[in-house]
Design a binder for this molecule. Structure first.
Ligand SMILES: *[C@@H]1O[C@H](CO)[C@@H](O)[C@H](O)[C@H]1NC(C)=O
Ligand SMILES: *[C@@H]1O[C@H](CO)[C@@H](O)[C@H](O)[C@H]1NC(C)=O
Ligand SMILES: *[C@@H]1O[C@H](CO)[C@@H](O)[C@H](O)[C@H]1NC(C)=O
Ligand SMILES: *[C@@H]1O[C@H](CO)[C@@H](O)[C@H](O)[C@H]1NC(C)=O
Ligand SMILES: *[C@@H]1O[C@H](CO)[C@@H](O)[C@H](O)[C@H]1NC(C)=O
Length: 325
């Protein structure tokens, strides 16, 4: 590790010099992107798209874009490409801005903002559903060998306080690229849908995707305001006992990967070093410390894959997971 430090420093220095070369001496004037649009591409999902300003001088610099989501929930991020996908509720409307930026360690140059917005969908106040709650239930499926586990979805809600008596609600869910409309509803005494049941869904119980649920509706007397909500399947309260064997495998895999990587690095650096200078004793200190930190970091990223494997390994248990949002 001692010999790595100067190499790293030299590399860092080189990048700094390279970056400095690209920085303009005089101020470059940045123009905002053009044709900024927001398109609904799915349930609770939009695509932001813009074009670089055609009058923008390039002059060998790496222009980036800063995207700012203003509503319904503030967010702020940077990107090098000219589009961006957002998963967000849309029943309150959506608005965002984008600007061209040029940044280095010391300063940030920015154009003015280009903005666009989607209006909240129309509907009379008090007509949308309230207290929408959804539950998933993962069960073994003895009839399909391809998908040995099925995730069912059950949602309930309350009729909006100002919804007319003839209101009919419809529920849709989206998971990844799959969208489905509910086919099995429960009704209240006036015949209005107040719960929905999907015996089978495209939901993967341990997936990282959001579950988006939309309830819209219709009535002869007033426009019914739609309501959508996002559920994080991976952030559910159920504290699963993780077998020790699983952790052991995770740590083992991470360690093997890391040792291989370090060996490769050490080999390369030693070769270089021996060519440049007479041989010196191989460095031993600090390597152990590095192992510990890197193992810890790797364990996090390998975890998901292991989880999937382990849950396929447990047949015969009918109810594997009940998740309440
Ligand atoms: C922006 O949109 C207009 C009208 O659709 C089009 O004529 C123009 O070429 C677009 N500009 C860019 C840079 O794509
Ligand atoms: C519906 O949710 C609101 C808060 O969001 C809560 O105050 C109210 O008690 C809930 N109603 C029922 C019937 O659960
Ligand atoms: C999950 O499904 C199983 C089997 O159908 C059922 O016994 C169990 O009660 C369900 N749990 C919930 C919370 O719906
Ligand atoms: C409800 O939403 C679905 C899915 O977006 C759409 O296809 C349907 O037309 C909507 N219905 C009403 C009454 O707005
Ligand atoms: C699936 O198989 C398990 C174990 O073989 C059994 O206990 C369960 O009743 C079966 N479920 C269905 C729906 O047939």
């Amino acid at each position: 590790m001692i010999i790595m430090a100067p190499v790293l420093l030299i590399l860092l220095g080189a990048t700094e010099i390279l970056q400095a070369d690209f920085l303009p001496d005089e101020k470059i004037s940045l123009l905002p992107p053009v044709n900024f649009t927001i398109k609904v591409t799915g349930l609770a999902q939009v695509l932001l798209h813009w074009e670089p300003n055609p009058d923008q001088e390039q002059r060998n610099v790496n222009l980036e874009y800063q995207v700012k989501i203003n509503a319904p929930k503030e967010d702020d991020y940077e990107t090098r490409i000219t589009e961006s996908k957002c998963v967000t509720i849309l029943h309150k409307g959506f608005s965002a801005s984008v600007r061209t930026i040029l940044q280095n360690d010391h300063s940030l140059l920015a154009s003015s903002w280009a903005s666009a917005e989607l209006h909240a969908p129309p509907g009379s106040p008090g007509t949308s559903v309230v207290n929408l709650t959804c539950t998933t239930n993962t069960t073994a499926d003895n009839y399909s060998h391809l998908r040995p586990y099925q995730v069912s979805l059950h949602c309930t809600w309350l009729v909006g306080t100002d919804a007319p008596e003839d209101t009919q609600y419809l529920l849709y869910y989206r998971y990844g690229s799959w969208t489905e409309e509910c086919q099995e509803y429960s009704k209240d005494s006036l015949g209005r849908n107040i719960a929905c049941w999907f015996p089978r869904t495209f939901i993967r119980s341990r997936g990282r995707d959001w579950l988006a649920v939309l309830v819209n509706g219709s009535s002869k007397h007033s426009a019914i305001k739609p309501f959508d909500q996002l559920f994080a399947l991976h952030a559910i309260g159920k504290d699963e006992h993780k077998p020790l064997r699983e952790w052991f495998l995770i740590v083992l895999m991470a360690t093997i990967c890391f040792i291989l990587l370090i060996l490769l690095l050490i080999c390369r650096i030693c070769h270089l070093w021996i060519k440049l200078f007479p041989p010196i004793p191989a460095p031993k200190s600090n390597i152990k410390d590095l192992f510990v930190t890197a193992n810890y970091e790797k364990a996090g990223s390998v975890e998901t894959e292991i989880e999937v494997i382990s849950y396929i390994e447990k047949p015969g248990v009918e109810t594997l997971e009940d998740s309440v949002f």
